[in-house]
Design a binder for this molecule. Sequence first.
Ligand code: FAD
Ligand code: NAG
Ligand code: NAG
Ligand code: NAG
Ligand code: NAG
Ligand code: NAG
Ligand code: NAG
Length: 585
Amino acid sequence: MGFGLIYKRLIFCVAFAGILLFHGFCSSDHQGTYAGPKYTFMHQATSAPAISYYDYIIIGGGTAGCPLAATLSHNATVLLLERGGSPYGNPNITDLSAFGRALSDLSPSSPSQRFISEDGVISARARVLGGGSCLNAGFYSRAATKYVDGAGWEGRLVNESYRWVEKVVAFEPPMKQWQSAVKNGLLESGVNPYNGFTYDHMPGTKLGGTIFDPEGRRHTAADLLKYANPKGLTLLLNASVHKILFRIKGKKRPLAHGVVFRDGSGNKHRAYLKRGSKNEIIVSAGALGSPQLLMLSGVGPSDHLKAHKIGVVLDQPLVGQGMSDNPMNAIFIPSPNPVEISLIQVVGITHFGSYIEAASGESFTDNPTQKDFGMFSPKIGQLSKVPPKQRTPKALAQAIESMKALDPAVFRGGFILEKVMGPISTGHLELKTKNPNDNPSVTFNYFKEPQDLQRCVQGLKVIETVIESKAFSKFRYDYLSLPTLLNMTANAPVNLLPKHANVSTSLEQFCKDTVMTIWHYHGGCQVGKVVDSDYRVLGVDALRVIDGSTFNYSPGTNPQATVMMLGRYMGVKILKERLESNKSN
Ligand SMILES: Cc1cc2nc3c(=O)[nH]c(=O)nc-3n(C[C@H](O)[C@H](O)[C@H](O)COP(=O)(O)OP(=O)(O)OC[C@H]3O[C@@H](n4cnc5c(N)ncnc54)[C@H](O)[C@@H]3O)c2cc1C
Ligand SMILES: *[C@@H]1O[C@H](CO)[C@@H](O)[C@H](O)[C@H]1NC(C)=O
Ligand SMILES: *[C@@H]1O[C@H](CO)[C@@H](O)[C@H](O)[C@H]1NC(C)=O
Ligand SMILES: *[C@@H]1O[C@H](CO)[C@@H](O)[C@H](O)[C@H]1NC(C)=O
Ligand SMILES: *[C@@H]1O[C@H](CO)[C@@H](O)[C@H](O)[C@H]1NC(C)=O
Ligand SMILES: *[C@@H]1O[C@H](CO)[C@@H](O)[C@H](O)[C@H]1NC(C)=O
Ligand SMILES: *[C@@H]1O[C@H](CO)[C@@H](O)[C@H](O)[C@H]1NC(C)=O
């Protein structure tokens, strides 16, 4: 946020000081801090009764869980259980300029929980109401029409659901010089046509949406709870679900009928479904949380469950399979001229399955002494200077330490990144412990499939032409050619050309050695494998999974628009079914 804006806010707040209406806006202890709506249905889990009953119990108040709960609350009683706290009033979440602060906070009360895949890439999962939409880089872009058709979704309801989401959380970002240069560079490189500002997914180059408003304040899936019927919803924070309870009678399919959760003081509570054939438990705990919780509840590969002394409800070998993370590789381009602070705004949608995006700024903090690389900082685990398996805590600490010694001028510049579409490579997830708050073990197998690697190399080649484009000339040093850029060992956190590679393999090795995450990991409860096309868990009754764990491929260039849309979309579908069954009864 610029000084101009702070000044404007000051004038505004002084002018209205006598009017308490603007209390939340003006009284913040940090500029940009947003007290947020006062939800009457939001409580700490410690205040919950030992036993309670609802029509729907939703596990996980994340990117999908919030719009789902808001929708269902209109015609049913809903309990929404979120293991984290509220995002409101926390500048680490609400301020654009604070991007990365939550991700570098490793305390147990942090809204972000770090995890390291078996591949060695350092990542993060949400632990807060609003889920990943409270931590992410904000880029908002819909899935392609082809993706929607492929998923078997109803196009009209999909569009209505996107619009329902967009009314509250999506904005047009300000397009400044550096992002414009990337945009024009993409067009010069042949990523055509220019589609202007749009939420739609179209080949070519476009300016996408963002969940940051023009003041740099983040709007999250938690804001979608404004749509809720307060009488139909109970939302509990610090409510960590440990188990889904099943009723197993004779040869009948196991029936989900309740959950066990623990509050912030460690006390156990139970919530059950009310009687009614349409009532359900819905798991929206994210790509790590959902397969993990199914396994902890006895739905998963029986050998694996038995090894952890978990009673088997249903032998389901596909729970935890099909985990994927889209590889991200980036090139840092030092700039002779100042650049704006920006997160992702422009995207190049190539025809070969690679998305080109960019972020700029010396630092994403307002404090000039806090030199940092934002989205690509070792502080948040993005250590691409060494190959994944060498990203040890010691290596991270060293990288953070050496960043402190660098001249601030080194941080002037920006990153152009490419993300591999799909991807095709998949991996798997297993339990490490029986505690749902511990990370499971997850393997993504980046670049296992040669086509993913090829897409990375092709993406890097486009980035090279963008850097060398006329449009981008203001933001590059002329003497820094790509081979030199990729050989900058000392200064940038990336761009380290692998020493063991020869010229013909160098970009491929660069892809493997510098792979990072763009945090679009998904899978584990995939459609057709663990859930059916209505997101019902196969082989059991009254249980669905609705979130990013159900994706076979990551939707759009970036998934959050579609994750939120899916929560709304399925809420509407489930209520329709409910009304129809009421009529026929
Ligand atoms: C740093 C970062 C940057 C990103 N950048 C972008 C971007 O710019 N654009 C974009 O489109 N996407 C981006 N993404 C991806 C996007 O945010 C995620 O794909 C999306 O938020 C996933 O939604 P979800 O509903 O599947 O899971 P989540 O939003 O993670 O929701 C799961 C929720 O369940 C809760 N939970 C888990 N287990 C339990 C339990 N046992 N009991 C109770 N609650 C539980 C969690 O606390 C969490 O709130 C980014 C993600 C990250 C982390
Ligand atoms: C709720 O139910 C009423 C009828 O009982 C119906 O008219 C209304 O459309 C329903 N609302 C939603 C959001 O489905
Ligand atoms: C959750 O509970 C823990 C332990 O009681 C507490 O330290 C923490 O502040 C709580 N979180 C929130 C958001 O209240
Ligand atoms: C913000 O994050 C920093 C670390 O990045 C942490 O020290 C601080 O406590 C966090 N503040 C809040 C309000 O969570
Ligand atoms: C949904 O919207 C997209 C554009 O955003 C449009 O191309 C598509 O035809 C619409 N689908 C339906 C079924 O209306
Ligand atoms: C990278 O730098 C090293 C040491 O400065 C040099 O020997 C090597 O030729 C450079 N490689 C490329 C591809 O520029
Ligand atoms: C370069 O790498 C390729 C593929 O690994 C290999 O076949 C070739 O022999 C290497 N060339 C040199 C000069 O090392």
